[in-house]
Design a protein around this ligand. Structure first.
Ligand code: LHQ
Length: 247
């Protein structure tokens, strides 16, 4: 299933309606067993420029940006990370502010060579949100995370790949083909196991080695009882491609 952020004239900056549509799309991705991978991208020349800065009433004395995060962005980030299916992001152009951190919330991020990532928040005196302060230091180390957050400069897709911020930078003309092919490959994989791999990797930074070894044992026990494991081993021994059901 592909979700395309579609407000190209404003570089897909988020307005309220988009959150409603995203909620519906995520419910479909979660509920439909036939959907075995998700691809997130943007329409037009940008991926997403974050929150639409014209939407908030700046004269409102009760302006509560935290409330906005609780109501829409944070549940979306949590759902992306918790989805027990792989999520691929195709960053087709600039990814700024919340847009950058939504991309980084995805499991595998591809970016067009002309794309860039900007932690734009500090330019308008905000702190990075949508998980930015969580994954930036984990992905690129504290120094680069700090530079990105304080300076709010563009990080090119090539640097992003070199730094380990994203999986891969690809030529613009090839982005959608590569991202679609990657999502299709993942959709034909052992979906249940992929869900467990996500859970294990995302748990690891909060766990000790002992806890992680125990978690791996428990997860391996579970996936070892799944038909996809039997199919994987049978296909290997019979020298054929496995036909995983994912269920
Ligand atoms: C925009 C936006 C935009 C409205 C481009 N809003 N119109 C915040 C508050 C609340 C809770 C949740 O969390 C957040 C998190 C955030 O996301 S805060 C960070 C918000 N984003 C930004 O600060 C980025 C603002 N945009 C930019 O700095 C530039 O537009 C970038 C660097 C992304 C792209 O620059 P250009 O390629 O030169 O394009 P442009 O600036 O000409 O933008 C094209 C159009 O899109 C333009 O509209 P116009 O009608 O003049 O053609 C922009 O005004 C509009 N646009 N971002 N966030």
């Amino acid at each position: 299933m592909t979700i395309t952020l579609n407000r190209p004239e404003k570089l897909n900056a988020f307005v309220r309606d988009m959150h409603g549509l995203l909620r519906e799309a995520m419910a479909q991705a979660e509920g439909d067993a036939a959907i075995r991978a998700l691809l997130l991208t943007g329409a037009g020349r940008g991926f997403c420029a974050g929150q639409d800065l014209a939407e908030r009433d700046m004269k409102d004395p009760n302006l509560d940006l935290g409330g906005g995060l609780d109501a829409s962005y944070n549940p979306f980030i949590r759902r992306l990370r918790a989805l027990p299916k792989p999520v691929v992001c195709a960053v087709n152009g600039i990814a700024a502010g919340a847009g950058a951190n939504i991309a980084l919330a995805c499991d595998l991020v591809l970016a067009a060579r002309s794309a860039a990532f900007i932690q734009a928040f500090s330019k308008i005196a905000l702190v990075p949100d949508c998980g930015g302060t969580y994954w930036l230091p984990r992905l690129v180390g504290l120094q680069r995370a700090m530079g990105m957050a304080l300076l709010a400069e563009r990080v090119s897709a090539e640097d992003a790949e070199r730094w380990g911020l994203i999986w891969k930078c690809v030529d613009d003309a090839k982005l959608m083909d590569e991202a679609t092919s990657l999502a299709r490959t993942l959709a034909a994989g052992p979906t249940h196991t992929y869900g467990m791999i996500k859970k294990a990797l995302y748990a690891s930074s909060g766990n000790s080695l002992d806890q992680q070894l125990d978690l791996e044992r428990d997860f391996q026990r579970e996936v070892g009882r799944h038909g996809d494991y039997r199919e994987g081993v049978a296909a290997f021994l019979e020298k054929r491609k496995p036909a995983f059901t994912g269920r």
